[in-house]
Design a protein. Structure first.
Length: 256
């Protein structure tokens, strides 16, 4: 019921926001979150280079439910844009994750994700998997570092475009590894970095690296200014698609 509640709220946010950009998988809290529902809503100025070249305005949301040792959260992204009368952005993203805190430093997690991106020829990607996460060192009120190790099954379908011959559906297993670093200089200035490495378990030269970094400055109460940089690298991208996508944004964030 808790996860269903989050999904309904996520759907409502997607319906009410004209554009969205993905927010970080990790919240900015240190230590266990408070029980109950919480989240973030962002208003953003977005710039992008790589497969999508544009500047635009957008919005994003992250919704979370925590109770005892269990945490469920959903990330949702739905972006559409036009430049000079032509569509230049058309993508969607939905990520669900459940975390069970087995011990103070150890947790198990399961996750599922679906996404689409017209400008990387990605008609559909769906994945499901799980793993374990470990708190490195001794987390405190100022900093924390988390490492994750797991695997997921992935299936994706590429669009056919002129001059390419790799369209169709493929499936594979990938490792899921990540490192998350959070640092609070003080109550008003926070840094978070999430780095992901996802190699194909059958062909290790086929891998993806993703970096999501944010600097957050508290403005007043629940409002903050966030500066974000996201970099996605694919060692074997689809034909006619660049290996690296870089997105940078400035956001006003409301937390609740």
């Amino acid at each position: 019921m808790q996860l269903l509640r989050i999904l309904c709220l996520g759907a409502w946010c997607l319906a009410s926001l004209p554009a969205a950009a993905i927010v970080s998988m990790e919240s900015l809290h240190l230590g266990a979150p408070e029980d109950g529902f919480s989240g973030e809503v962002e208003l953003q100025a977005i710039g992008a280079s790589g497969n999508t070249e544009k500047s635009a305005l957008g919005a994003g949301a992250r919704l979370q439910w925590h109770q005892g040792r269990n945490t469920d959260f959903v990330l949702a992204d739905l972006s559409y844009g036009e430049s000079k009368g032509e569509r230049d952005t058309n993508k969607a993203f939905l990520h669900l994750r459940h975390i069970y805190q087995f011990r103070p430093r150890y947790a198990f997690e399961g996750f599922g994700q679906v996404q689409h991106n017209e400008f990387t020829r990605l008609k559909f990607r769906g994945l499901a998997g799980g793993g374990a996460r470990l708190a490195l060192g001794r987390p405190n009120e100022r900093h924390a570092m988390l490492a994750g190790l797991g695997a997921f099954w992935e299936t994706e379908t590429l669009e056919q475009t002129k001059g390419t011959d790799d369209a169709g559906t493929t499936s594979t297993w990938r490792a899921s590894t990540y490192l998350v670093f959070k640092y609070h200089w003080n109550e008003n200035l926070k840094l978070i970095s999430s780095t992901y490495y996802q190699p194909d378990l059958y062909t290790v030269s086929d891998y993806r690296v993703l970096e999501a970094a944010s600097l957050v400055v508290t403005l007043a109460g629940n409002l903050a200014l966030k500066l974000s940089l996201n970099i996605a690298y694919d060692s074997r991208p689809p034909e006619a698609v660049e290996r690296t996508d870089t997105t940078y944004r400035t956001s006003i964030v409301y937390s609740f």
